[in-house]
Ligand binder design. Structure first.
Ligand code: PGA
Length: 249
């Protein structure tokens, strides 16, 4: 059985004060289903969030990782450092990094390897742009993005990953993929995983991201191949994020 995963991606937003206020306002819903909750704040606030989640079941995640292990790489943050400050997860290949920072599929694959090397769970993001969506290239794009990552990993390593399908046209736009539309892509990605290894196809979690809200999360996670959500904007408010967790059950 695949446990639900609800992850918050704060992106480049927040402050020390926001972290304190967020946790003062966040009441973790008592879940009847096992639901894993992950918070991914900006690097400078990892430690502050870690302190706030100490007595909770919430896990810490980072938003990016260097594809190098250590050395003269100004401004980069290594997997070892993320582990050192208490991260269990890391988002890799988010579309904002692929598009704004020109991260190639190869680079994303190397980052996934760095994460696995130190025992971090990579949340590997794939997703098509609006142009690609409208020209019917969704499957080709996500198959290529996931395929390059899979080609670098052993079956055991793939089993340690989470995949996130995030259509770029749905991120921060208020436009969500329909539950059925998202399911089709999730099913397609699961087939790709299964072709590599049947067990991996059954166990790897594939979560959805792109304008997830308390009002749409339920119909999404009800789909057979949608195992949770990666939440951007709506995770900045602790009450809304708690509502998303509740509604996902
Ligand atoms: P959004 O972002 O929920 O604000 O659309 C999702 C993401 O980019 O992970």
């Amino acid at each position: 059985m695949r446990h639900l995963l609800i992850a918050a991606n704060w992106k480049m937003q927040g402050s020390q004060q926001m972290v304190a206020q967020w946790f003062a306002g966040f009441e973790q819903p008592k879940s009847s289903h096992p639901c894993q909750v992950v918070i991914c704040p900006p690097f400078p606030y990892l430690q502050a969030v870690k302190t706030c989640i100490e007595n909770k079941t919430i896990r810490l995640g980072a938003q990016d990782i260097s594809d190098e292990a250590s050395g003269a790489f100004t401004g980069q943050v290594s997997g070892m450092m993320l582990k050192d400050v208490g991260c269990d997860f890391v988002i890799v290949g988010h579309s904002e990094r692929r598009l704004i920072n020109q991260e190639s599929d190869e680079r994303v694959a190397n980052k996934v390897l760095r994460a696995l090397e130190v025992g971090l769970t990579p949340i590997v993001c794939v997703g098509e742009t609006l142009d690609e969506h409208e020209s019917g290239k969704t499957e080709a794009v996500v198959a290529r993005q996931l395929g390059v990552v899979l080609s670098h990993l052993s079956t055991e390593q793939i089993a340690q990953c989470v995949v996130a399908y995030e259509p770029v046209w749905a991120i921060g736009t208020g436009r969500t993929a329909s539950a059925q539309g998202a399911q089709e892509v999730h099913g397609f990605l699961r087939k790709q995983l299964s072709e590599r290894d049947k067990k991996v196809g059954e166990t790897v979690r594939i979560i959805y991201g792109g304008s997830v809200k308390p009002t749409n999360v339920h119909e999404l996670v009800e789909m057979p191949d949608i195992d949770g959500a990666l939440v951007g904007g709506a995770s900045l408010d602790p009450h809304t994020f708690a509502e998303i967790i509740t509604a996902s059950e």
